[in-house]
Design a protein around this ligand. Sequence first.
Ligand code: TPP
Length: 684
Amino acid sequence: MTNRTSLAAVATATPSSGNPAQQSRTQHDRMANAIRALAMDAVEQAKSGHPGLPMGAADIATVLFTQFLKFDPADPAWPDRDRFVLSAGHGSMLIYALLHLVGYEAMTIDQLKRFRQLGSITAGHPEYGHTPGVETTTGPLGQGIANAVGMAIAERHLAAEFGNGLVDHHTYVLASDGDLMEGISQEAIALAGHLKLNRLIVLFDDNGISIDGPLSLADSVDQVKRFESAGWAATRIDGHDPAAIAAAIEKAKTSGRPTMIACKTTIGFGAPTKAGTEKCHGSPLGGDEIKGAREALGWSEPPFVVPDDILAAWRAAGQRSKEAYRAWQTRLKATPAEQRAEFERRMRGDVPTDRLAGAVTAVKEKLAATPKDIATRAASEFALESLVPALPEMLGGSADLTGSNNTRTKNMTVLSASDYGGRFIHYGIREHGMAAAMNGMAVHGGIIPYSGTFLVFSDYCRPSIRLAALMGQRVIHVMTHDSIGLGEDGPTHQPVEHLAALRAIPNLLVFRPADAVETVECWQLALERRSGPSVLALTRQNLKQQRLTLDAENRCANGAYELAAADGKADVSIFATGSEVEIAVAARALLAARGVPARVVSVPSFELLFAAPEATRKAIVGDARVKIGVEAAVRQGWDAIIGADGVFVGMSTFGASAPYKDLYAHFGITAEAVAQAAVKRLGG
Ligand SMILES: Cc1ncc(C[n+]2csc(CCOP(=O)(O)OP(=O)(O)O)c2C)c(N)n1
């Protein structure tokens, strides 16, 4: 322990009051020690948690929150606040302590005492929407830093649109060794460097310790060189030296590039025997160790007590941005009414319902006038040609599959370091980083991110899709090439289990539209949905337009609907999604020719069907003697519609490489197979 003497020496000094930006070293240490003590105490009380990171990073956080971060505890949603992302979410007590100290009303000392307990706002890891002041949900390492890239893109994009008077803020990240070891961080760092996101500042808690022990067990990357090679400014400092931390952040703010500051710290700083070791990473320190730490830090207060003068200094830090806040409000008021209303609408996340409905109707009218037998990915592009101009908040992209995903419309310009106002992002081959950046844009506000890749690569972004669902964010994933129907690329590219896997994520809507009309309807539902993400699974191959007459109503809204009625009372209900709907329709005709009345139900979204009122759902599902599901994917999930004794025509193995029509025949997903299965089940 090297910190013991210096800390003991400063412990009794009187704090300076006044300008917190120029507080003395003594004052700084006592303020940082308040974080350390609260973290130790809360983790001890919960008998669970991670004291090491908050104790080690307390100096960094103190400098950031008392001298740099622009925020107002009275208005956690202030659009132009700086964003602070605790990417190393396991160190959640760091942010909870900070929120308490700077004066977020909801973060009472009682909440800290109830760390990690049911109903508290001090959840195990920081959760967006659960705790005012938490900007994004973190815990799965690497996600936070990648979210922050999206926030920084959102900031520059909105600044390009609304001007620096309304949008001009920084995004700060506290990242750990674990964050930087995760692969997603490479995607995020490379994208941020390429886009020269100079308002993004990463403070790396460079403590050289993870759960298994010293980092040297598993890693020997020179992080400064790594960031520099990705186009960042990067530097190494003593993370316990407030002057060095402040100087580095000051410099970062003037850089033309994003900055990474590697702050050398001691994990568990202050703990007499456990500091600097993995022993303080993820478990309570224990009574003796806490007693020793209190002595080492010169902190004589009982658990959960912060001396008045220190609390007052922290609360003063919480008021630092009042003037900036007022000035911003004044600028907002001086903004021309129309622009101001648009900015406020965008930040509230209200879609312009009339404009959206108008765009959807225009697309449907065109499809009724001139039906299109096109792939649903092309139908999506056709819809986007109307939707993108109607909704300026839509920010599109693709992970290097732009021509395949059809996500870029004709008039979209590219968002780049020289034009942040562009509305299309070439994310590069970085599906995970892309999905996480989209989450960051969504939580930033003002943007509805949508982007594209192949459905099979949903696995590459699944952790971020899950977090979008957990956070309830409107993020829209266009995922094309959605089955064996993609053909010759073969089983590596043919999703089989992916629809089921995505449907397993709570609060995610998975849409698989059957034709051009359903595609625009599904887009409308995804855009209107404020409370969670959506996936649009779209085909590569052309499909017949099933809906030939104009429907004012969005027939996909209940998740499923009867597309073709039976001739008389149905003996058979055929349920199908996407490209298999036309197979179901053909099977119905074959059955009709054999005198078997069958109906076809298109099921663009399981989740919406299951959420529909019971009577509606029962009417849609019906009571035909035989229920058949048709989907070129695995059966998992289908029993909820067709029953455990229902007939399923789909896939049970991986696909194969061949022209798609050969594959459908090979795997027996054909109208004949469906009709035969129905007749067999009817006992014919
Ligand atoms: C994606 C992911 N993998 C594994 C974990 C489990 N985990 C939590 S913290 C941690 C190691 C953290 O080491 P470091 O990032 O250096 O944090 P510190 O020890 O400095 O607190 C691991 C493996 C996780 N939270 N996220």
